[in-house]
Design a protein around this ligand. Structure first.
Ligand SMILES: [Zn+2]
Ligand SMILES: [Zn+2]
Length: 130
């Protein structure tokens, strides 16, 4: 394979963005990758940056050891426990199991726990940690 710009010269590699053959003279280094121009080097950099962020979000490679529980799951779970505990302890304390106020608080807790469960199911299915 020959250089895209210099037909006589042997290519030493390909531009990582547009895959043109490049000789020593035409190479632009972008981190560890070859690129034919400033423009391509910038694009290569952007794609690498995107990959790195995606790996972080999906917990791939060096990010694999991050906890798999998302913030929204934890938040809903804590709110659920808090409201359920609050409602139930009020019921016991006042010996009043059917006041609409206490039932409302407990229902809120159950609802939050349900949201937490939904969020957990959803995030563990796509493998996203957000
Ligand atoms: Zn290029
Ligand atoms: Zn060249």
């Amino acid at each position: 394979m020959h250089c895209y710009n210099h037909q006589k010269k042997e290519a030493i590699g390909l531009c990582r963005n547009c895959f043109k053959g490049l000789c020593q003279e035409c190479c632009q280094k972008s981190e560890d990758y070859l690129a034919c121009s400033e423009n391509c080097a910038q694009k290569v950099y952007e794609v690498e940056e995107m990959n790195e962020r995606a790996k972080n979000i999906y917990g791939v490679g060096k990010y694999a050891k991050r906890p798999r529980l998302s913030l929204s799951v934890l938040l809903f779970f804590c709110l659920g426990i808090l409201f359920a505990f609050w409602g139930v302890s009020d019921m016991i304390h006042y010996n009043d199991y059917f006041s609409s106020y206490n039932i409302f608080i407990v229902s809120l807790g159950v609802l939050f726990l349900f949201f937490s469960f939904l969020a957990w199911k959803r995030t563990s299915k796509i493998g996203i940690i957000l």
